[in-house]
Ligand binder design. Structure first.
Ligand code: PMP
Length: 307
């Protein structure tokens, strides 16, 4: 099991910086009992200039708020305040290449009604620099992503991740690296914790929004395509269509951009190193360490809905 903290690790807990090993949480919290909390997954990187930069920090803290509001959790923090707190957590833990996990959680409440207050923690732990070279063997999951008629699927809510855990565990139990889940209409949706793109004849495709988490990395890939004049289309498509693609990749804050070797028994025919997808991977890798700032400065294309 990974080690996330030690006796010296500091977390942000409701306005204070405290030791992770000594921090307390209410065991009667509605969040623990019902999976009723929201969170973010954020990365910071040591940039080419040696400084620590949280990648797309505003987008992540906006999504945290949107997630809380979507499931009726009170939310009373500003993005600025939480970004400052996050940099302070990184500094106090001497972290540069890190994974950052804010969680908004509920007070003690065994009922289902709305709370008057919410609480927040921000944790961070070390992450290895970019590891995207390995190609994945992916399995089509027997699980579908949660139906948007049953869940606020655009929210990064903890309870949704039981679905992710089931799908990922199933794929690994079957000898694969990761799962790919369809939506309730049997179109391709996303991975347990990442979005998907595929490449066909030099053009990229990605599932349209509606039944997936609107990924910040997905939006970044769309920006990179715009910048590099790579044609890209957001639409619904089936697993069968994906199995005619030249190449495919998952993208997410933690996964970054990571190519597929295969999906079930279909091997993607294009050599990864010769794919447009690989160019996206390299551009993303440069962007997060501020090697090339241009895409970040680009205006968002009208296709991308800021979240
Ligand atoms: N889909 C799911 C279900 C996820 O958990 C994640 C990770 N947050 C993503 C997609 C990718 O989102 P992002 O690029 O914002 O990390």
């Amino acid at each position: 099991m990974a080690t996330y903290y030690n006796d010296n690790t500091i977390i942000y807990l409701n306005g204070e910086f405290v030791k992770a090993a000594e921090a307390k949480m209410d065991f009667y919290s509605q969040s623990l009992h019902y999976g009723y909390s929201v969170f973010e997954g954020i990365r910071s990187y040591k940039t080419v200039n040696g400084k620590t930069k949280i990648f797309k920090e505003i987008e992540h803290f906006k999504r945290l708020k949107n997630s809380a509001v979507a499931i009726n959790m009170p939310y009373h923090w500003s993005a600025d305040q939480l970004i400052d707190a996050t940099y302070e957590v990184l500094k106090r833990n001497n972290l540069q290449d890190a994974y950052i996990r804010p969680v908004v959680y509920a007070p003690a409440n065994m009922k289902f009604d709305v709370n008057e207050n919410s609480f927040i923690i921000i944790e961070a732990w070390e992450m290895q620099p970019f590891l995207g070279e390995k190609l994945l063997r992916v399995m089509t999951s027997s699980f579908q992503r949660p139906n948007p008629k049953g869940f606020k699927i655009q929210a990064k809510a903890a309870g949704h991740y039981v679905n992710s855990i089931l799908a990922s565990q199933e794929a690994k139990a079957n000898g694969y690296d990761e799962a790919l889940l369809p939506d309730m209409n049997n179109n391709v949706a996303e991975a347990p914790g990442a979005n998907l793109f595929y490449e066909k004849d030099g053009k990229l495709f990605t599932p349209a929004l509606g039944n997936i988490l609107p990924g910040i990395t997905r939006a970044t890939v769309l920006e990179i395509c715009d910048k590099m004049n790579i044609e890209v289309e957001e639409r619904f498509f089936t697993i069968e269509v994906l199995k005619q693609a030249d190449a495919a990749f998952f993208c997410g804050t933690a996964a970054e951009v990571i190519g597929f070797e295969s999906l079930d028994d279909y091997r993607f025919p294009l050599n990864w190193t010769e794919s447009v997808s690989k160019q996206i991977q390299s551009a993303y890798k440069d962007l997060v360490v501020e090697k090339d700032l241009t895409p970040a400065k680009q205006a968002r294309t009208k296709k991308i809905i800021p979240i």
